[in-house]
Write a protein that binds this ligand. Structure first.
Ligand SMILES: Nc1ncnc2c1ncn2[C@@H]1O[C@H](COP(=O)(O)OP(=O)(O)O)[C@@H](O)[C@H]1O
Ligand SMILES: CC(=O)OP(=O)(O)O
Ligand SMILES: [Mg+2]
Length: 391
């Protein structure tokens, strides 16, 4: 299948898009719509080496951002005539264990999964609706974050909760960021010059959402996100792990209902709750007690998961850092992985701080456990999977 695939990666407050030709590896246009829902947003559209096309304006909803993307293609080019559209969809439940062609029935199924990923599936659907309308004759492919975690063994995906919830209501762990995990795991093997089938990895995807995943032989064997993308690490606006008794306690002492608690933990937790901003750059720029505590809570949680997954895997060949924070924040890498020489884990201060952009090792040469920074590329992985499905 020759020609460009349009990839849409709609996030909770942003839209990333890219035109990808999997056959030639050309990527003629890419863009980002940021701060959807805020008073002023920004669209940046790039088509080569020249200055980007930029628009600063409010984008009240994701639909407005997607329309602005279409306008950017009209005004700045290239002409948009994709051979397929690839969509990131965060929750695929038990039904979607690989990429699928989108039809009405698939749309309904993604809608039904929305309560399990309230920040994500509804906006993923906004992209699907727009693209089906704009390109009615073009195949649309959904690529699911959960699919990579279909290999989780029962002891990893089972919660110790009443049988009725598990059997009748399907309560279980799923895991997310799988598209990113699949991509960086493959790249890690390439950087190490080893076969993925023989590698044990701990993948730390630290972006706006954040997760840790234990990968053995290219298969996910445990992961920090659960039934929803709320469990696990501290994130931009999500608390990660808390005592599940919290909901009942807040109901008793403060009259909050369970939905209000879930909403607060999802939208008003994490770095935002601890430091007043979801943006790690802003937290790092400060040196007050509140920001320091936020960073200590954030990095300690990651360290605990690294220890836990080390114990599960028994042997770790590499720790892979990705996502905006994993790729760019040397201080977080050092805080999470420093002082673990007894486990064979070390971060070389010079490599960590001065390393060039791009794929690289930040562990000392010859270290027992390689520490790798691998920029994620969900757009490429989505295009690759869409191309494979359609070819
Ligand atoms: N140079 C940097 N130093 C520290 N944090 C950074 C840096 N660049 C980006 N980040 C952080 O990365 C996070 C966003 O990650 P990203 O992977 O882009 O998010 P998303 O999940 O929306 O794709 C934000 O917290 C941002 O502050
Ligand atoms: C699943 C998830 O948390 O995604 P993101 O990091 O894009 O919010
Ligand atoms: Mg992301």
């Amino acid at each position: 299948m020759a020609g460009c695939i349009l990839v849409l990666n709609t996030g909770s407050s942003s839209i990333k898009y890219e035109l990808v030709d999997v056959t030639t590896r050309e990527r003629p246009a890419a863009g980002l719509v940021e701060r959807v829902g805020e008073p002023v947003g920004r669209l940046t559209h790039r088509t080569g080496d020249g200055p980007p096309y930029v628009r600063e304006q409010p984008f009240p909803g994701h639909g407005d951002g997607l329309e602005a993307m279409m306008r950017a293609f009209e005004e700045a080019g290239p002409r948009l005539s994709p051979v397929a559209v690839g969509h990131r969809v965060v929750h695929g439940g038990t039904r979607f264990t690989e990429a699928v062609l989108v039809d009405d029935e698939v749309v309904t199924a993604i809608e039904e999964l929305a309560p399990l990923a309230p920040l994500h599936n509804p906006v993923n659907l906004a992209g699907i609706h727009l693209a089906r309308k704009a390109f009615p004759d073009v195949p649309q492919v959904a690529v699911f974050d959960t699919a990579f975690h279909r290999t989780l063994p029962p002891e990893a995906h089972t919660y110790a909760v009443p049988r009725d919830w598990r059997e009748r209501l399907g309560v279980r762990r799923f895991g997310f960021h799988g598209t990113s995990c699949a991509y960086v795991s493959r790249r890690a093997a390439a950087v190490l010059g080893r076969d993925l089938a023989g590698l044990n990895l701990i993948v730390l995807h630290l972006g706006n959402g954040a997760s840790a995943t234990a990968v053995s032989g290219g298969r996910s064997v445990d992961t920090s996100m659960g039934m929803t993308p709320l469990e696990g690490l501290v994130m931009g606006t999500r608390s990660g792990d808390v005592d599940p008794a919290l909901a009942g306690y807040l109901a008793r002492v403060d009259g909050l209902d369970a939905r209000a608690v879930e909403h607060a933990l999802t939208n008003g937790g994490g770095l935002l709750a601890l430091a007043g901003t979801r943006d790690m750059r802003e937290v790092r720029a400060r040196d007050d007690a509140e920001a320091r505590l936020a960073l200590d809570v954030y990095t300690r949680r990651i360290r605990k998961y690294v220890g836990a997954y080390y114990a599960l895997l028994g042997r770790v060949d590499a720790i892979v850092l990705t996502g905006g924070i994993g790729e760019h924040d040397a201080a977080t890498r050092a805080a999470c992985l420093g002082g673990l020489e007894r486990l064979g884990i070390a971060v070389d201060p010079a490599l960590n701080e001065a390393g060039p952009d791009g794929e690289r090792a930040v562990s000392p040469p010859g270290a027992e456990v390689a520490v790798l920074v691998i920029p994620t590329d969900e757009e490429w992985e989505i295009a690759r999977q869409a191309h494979a499905l359609l070819s």
